[in-house]
Design a protein around this ligand. Structure first.
Ligand SMILES: [Zn+2]
Length: 386
């Protein structure tokens, strides 16, 4: 018997299109029908006061609820998957921070081991692969990355990460101006690893060279990047102006002041701007002292900082990021696009981040306050609070 769900909703966001009084059918994990009329079938799930959208995709997240990608444990990744789904996330890329070679190899192995374990039996949000933030970054722009382990790019080391991850390394953040970076960017890109430009002091010209070499993402734009100056525009302008570059934004309204966030969205558009959380293990936990890549982090009023005051990731969740964007005056459609379709496209994830026939049945159910009330991953009910 094929597994089938039918949902009647106030509206379905594809997300580019809004279908009112809609019914959607998911069979064997795939959307098979989307109509602008409610289904009268007896088995239909009536969520007529709620809207439905593609599940959120977080491509940059270190941890949450006391669990951390850097612990290199499949249990931690499982706990993240179980927790994130409650925030509407149906797919995510566990993200490492700079660490020694052995630790990074272990992390790569743990992510691929978890993905094999969870294959065909999702227990929450699905892992789409490993995102490595560092270690090939500029120490001057280290932000909250541990300086002890920042190093020059090495093709041999990188190859070991790819092998340890069994090809599941999907994103690596690199500073393009450091020695050996361009060669590594080209090599990584040729293997299908998406390169983000991050923790970098690159000038405009250096950033353009990185993009020409294959980089396709800007890692949490404006954060841990050379500052904009009108006679030295630097990497931020290079990334914003290049149509091949997807732009990560941490929409917690702390990492980017609201006018700056608006500037990015208005300039790069919703088809290139994507919401990330950059969340750390303290997310979902009370204020206190935590650790990130061996550095002490203090969380006060939800803001995570190192002892020297530098921001150290966030405690943001994707549902809150969507609400924040809407609070700035953007349409729900725009906010949802930046939370699902654009991150999927940034990684070439066909059939993800959208709700049309043929796409995956990854669904988030939202109430009128944009609170998460239900989540389906490949058509399987993973969370509900109706
Ligand atoms: Zn990060």
């Amino acid at each position: 018997m094929p597994e089938e769900i039918i949902i009647n909703a106030a509206a379905v966001y594809t997300p580019l299109q809004t279908i009112r009084r809609a019914s959607i059918v998911v069979r064997d994990g795939v959307v098979t029908s989307l109509k602008s009329e409610w289904s009268s079938r007896i088995e239909a799930l009536n969520l007529k006061n709620y809207v439905i959208a593609p599940g959120f995709i977080d491509t940059h997240i270190h941890g949450c609820c006391g669990h951390d990608t850097n612990s290199a444990s499949t249990t931690d990744i499982r706990r993240m998957a179980e927790e994130l789904v409650k925030h509407g996330v149906t797919a995510f890329a566990p993200t490492s921070v700079t660490a020694d070679h052995e630790t990074l190899l272990k992390i790569a192995k743990s992510v691929s081991a978890y993905m094999e374990e969870a294959e065909g039996e999702p227990l929450g949000a699905e892992v789409i692969g490993l995102h490595m933030e560092g270690p090939y970054i500029n120490p001057e722009m280290r932000g909250a990355q541990n300086p002890e382990h920042i190093r020059k790019p090495s093709l041999e080391e990188f190859q070991e990460y790819v092998e340890a991850s069994r090809g599941k390394l999907v994103i690596m953040d690199i500073a393009p101006e450091i020695e050996g970076a361009l060669q590594l960017i080209s090599y990584a890109s040729s293997l299908g690893v998406h390169v983000g430009l991050g923790h970098t002091n690159a000038t405009y010209e250096e950033a353009v060279r990185g993009i020409v070499a294959g980089a396709s993402r800007a890692t949490h734009i404006f954060n841990a990047m050379r500052r904009f100056h009108h006679r030295d525009p630097g990497i931020t302008v290079a990334c914003l102006q290049n149509p091949h570059v997807y732009i990560e934004v941490i929409a917690d309204l702390i990492h980017l002041a609201s006018p700056t966030l608006r500037l990015v969205v208005d300039y790069a558009g919703t088809s290139r701007t994507m919401l990330i959380t950059d969340a750390i293990s303290a997310t979902g936990l009370p204020d206190g002292t935590y650790s990130l890549g061996g550095l002490r982090v203090t969380v006060k009023e939800g803001i995570a900082r190192l002892d020297n005051g530098v921001l150290a990731g966030s405690t943001l969740t994707m549902d809150r990021a969507v609400r924040n964007v809407v609070s700035l005056g953007y349409s729900l459609r725009d906010a949802l696009t930046m939370a699902s379709l654009t991150p999927a496209r940034s990684l070439g994830l066909e059939g993800m981040g959208c709700l049309r026939p043929g796409c995956r049945g990854d669904i988030v159910v939202l109430d009128e306050m944009l609170g998460v009330r239900g989540v389906f991953v490949r058509g399987i009910n993973m969370y509900e609070d109706y």
